[in-house]
Ligand binder design. Structure first.
Ligand code: FAD
Length: 377
């Protein structure tokens, strides 16, 4: 068994920022990520980031990942890449497993697991994509927009020839643009809401590129025998029901689903953290206080796993969790207190924008031990 002061799950912006703060304080920290390449979502983001200048707005996400990684390495953060955290047991015992071939024997698998004994654990495993069920949704060629983005920007593989994008939030708009840059035709973006959810600047770029954005439209079915050969969409009424006679068919071989993300709460749930349902934060989320600590003492949550926001807030929450986890090991740390207060002010500012009202209120609600009682999962 290996001993560390802090074990961090996830090497996205939240996890790397947490690792950096812990290492700055001279504590032993290990950041574990199942991907071989660290950076989380950032490694797919080839566009220049929006947000505040203080939070690297104008820098490409993929470059932010490199900067964070260099800082973490220079400070001596231990990185375990290609390892997945699969269990958190009482007493902050964390089990990890290295990716293995499907045909590996039981003894080979056992040799590739390891247990960490940590004083604190920071959960920063990010988000998962929401699924959408419709006739034909299991055909090959129906995929999350995140999968399409990984294919084009990480693996340089086109997912297909012609795409229908479902969802006109920022993810749908940005991935559409990146598909066009990769040489894929996007037949249309459809959006069930009457308005586009993403930023106007992204929507304007899509329109200039000639891709129609059909609001108040939904998918009726995917057509094809073994893989997608077409998609039928229809206009929806005020109750979001398809209007008869409004169907249109698109000749596409890929249907991308970009209908939102939800926090990844698997490990938090396994560790016994109390979960609450917060629609503004993307769904179920581990209840956490203003220091990112969950209802299990010494287990913290940060970034998209603590509510769907942006890389800038993920960075700040990661820093906060890292400092708080170190403070747990000491009784007084006035420098840490001042840094925590400064981060909390920055988080308030980030959540003060016109698009963030719900998030700010939801976070304050959680922090006041609120949150709606969770409906059955
Ligand atoms: C298309 C798109 C565009 C975006 N554009 C912007 C933008 O312009 N500006 C902005 O601020 N934000 C943007 N974002 C949002 C931003 O990328 C995320 O908010 C941010 O990456 C969240 O950081 P995180 O560290 O919480 O999670 P992630 O970046 O998702 O990292 C989580 C990491 O945890 C790892 N992990 C998960 N489970 C385990 C496990 N059990 N064991 C080991 N490792 C695990 C994953 O492999 C991953 O590397 C965009 C997102 C998308 C999808």
């Amino acid at each position: 068994m290996s001993a560390v002061d802090v074990l961090v799950v996830g090497a996205g912006p939240a996890g790397l920022a947490a690792g950096i703060e812990v290492a700055k304080r001279g504590r032993r920290v290990c950041v574990v990520d199942r991907n071989l390449r660290p950076g989380g979502q950032l490694i797919k983001q080839i566009h220049k980031f929006f947000g505040s200048r203080e939070h690297r707005a104008g820098v490409r996400g993929v470059d932010i990942a490199v900067e964070l990684l260099e800082e973490a390495r220079a400070l001596g953060v231990t990185l375990r890449l290609g390892w997945e955290v699969f269990a958190i047991r009482p007493g902050h015992r964390v089990d990890i497993v290295q990716a293995v071939a499907d045909d590996a024997s039981a003894s080979e698998r056992n040799a590739l697991t390891e247990t960490f004994d940590a004083h604190s654990v920071i959960l920063a495993p990010g988000a998962e994509e929401n699924a959408l069920q419709f006739e034909g949704w299991t055909l090959a060629g129906v995929m999350g927009a995140g999968a399409a983005q990984t294919l084009i920007n990480v693996w340089r593989v086109r997912p297909g020839r012609r795409v229908l994008m479902i969802g006109a939030g920022n993810v749908g708009l940005i991935v559409t643009y990146q598909l066009l840059q990769a040489g894929v035709t996007v037949a249309a973006i459809i959006e069930a809401a009457p308005r586009i959810g993403g930023y106007g600047v992204h929507a304007a770029k899509i329109r200039r590129a000639g891709v129609p954005i059909l609001t108040s439209h939904t998918i009726v079915r995917a057509e094809g025998r073994e893989c997608v050969e077409g998609a039928v969409v229809a206009q929806v009424d005020g109750a979001w029901s398809p209007i008869e006679g409004s169907e249109r068919r698109f000749d596409v071989d890929v249907i991308c689903v970009a209908v939102g993300l939800h926090p990844n709460t698997r490990l938090a749930s396994l560790a016994g953290c109390r979960l609450v349902c917060s629609p503004a934060l993307g769904g179920w989320v581990a209840l956490h206080n203003a220091l990112q600590e969950t209802t299990v003492p010494g287990i913290y949550v940060a970034g998209d796993a603590a509510g769907i926001e942006e890389a800038s807030t993920a960075l700040e929450e990661g820093r906060l969790a890292g400092i708080a986890a170190c403070q747990r090991m000491r009784t007084t740390d006035t420098k840490g207190d001042a840094e925590i207060a400064a981060i909390q002010r920055r988080l308030d500012d980030l959540r003060g924008g016109p698009f963030c009202g719900g998030i700010r209120a939801a976070k304050s609600g959680l922090q006041a031990e609120g949150g709606a009682p969770c409906p059955a999962a």
